[in-house]
Design a protein around this ligand. Structure first.
Ligand SMILES: C[S@@+](CC[C@H](N)C(=O)[O-])C[C@H]1O[C@@H](n2cnc3c(N)ncnc32)[C@H](O)[C@@H]1O
Length: 196
């Protein structure tokens, strides 16, 4: 178990009643990319303990949020439907009652082993599953955010996103820990299911 000393992001998260410091990654992405304008339906992949979901609830209080994680979400809200399970075995469309999502977020990450190639490959698999979900549930024009550990699949993922989205950017948020290899892809203006 990690015994890290709380850094400024951890302290800020606690002060603002957020469940994890990860919230500041989404906040930075949102500030730069204005992801939540007109958003009514959000799919949140890898949601536990729940800081991104909390951020969505505070940012767009009327939005419906469908969230999934292997682990339990540590808060509940009437607009949040939480599914405990694996994205590899779950069709998120089932929980959207026929509605398309405006925004799909994936902060999914594997339990790291410390073996570089294994961790990078598992992260790539999760990012792939996230993209598969986005292609299935997003409305044309919708946005997608996905976390990926830097590695071999980086270029291929970029190419795949560019095929399906008009705008694709990469960001390493300020609150990402120095030794982390994570990078966030932000893809906007989904071209629509015809290409998927
Ligand atoms: C960095 S944490 C997410 C933090 C979260 N966004 C927050 O703000 O509280 C990564 C999460 O991905 C989840 N995860 C990993 N593999 C998964 C899978 N196959 N399906 C669903 N969630 C998964 C992990 O259980 C973990 O909770």
């Amino acid at each position: 178990m990690s015994r890290r000393r709380p850094d400024s992001f951890t302290k800020r998260a606690k002060a603002q009643d957020f469940l994890a410091r990860s919230v500041f990654k989404l906040e930075e992405i949102d500030k730069r990319e204005k992801l939540f304008q007109g958003v009514e339906t959000i799919v949140d992949l890898g949601a536990a303990p729940g800081s991104w979901t909390q951020y969505c609830v505070r940012r767009v209080p009327k939005a419906k949020i469908v969230a999934i994680d292997l682990n339990p979400l540590k808060f509940s809200h009437p607009n949040v439907q939480f599914v405990q399970g694996s994205i590899t075995e779950t069709d998120m469309a089932v929980y959207l009652d026929g509605k398309a999502a405006d925004l799909v977020l994936s902060d999914m990450a594997p339990k790291t082993t410390g073996i570089h190639d294994t961790d990078v490959a598992r992260s790539a698999e999760l990012a792939e599953m996230a993209l598969e979900t986005a292609l299935k549930v997003l409305r044309p024009g919708g946005s997608f955010v996905a976390k990926l550990f830097m590695g071999e699949s980086f270029e291929a993922y970029d190419v795949a996103l560019k095929k399906h989205f008009e705008i694709v950017k990469k960001l390493r948020p300020e609150s990402t820990r120095k030794r982390s290899r994570e990078i966030f892809f932000i893809a906007k203006s989904f071209r629509g299911p015809a290409l998927s």
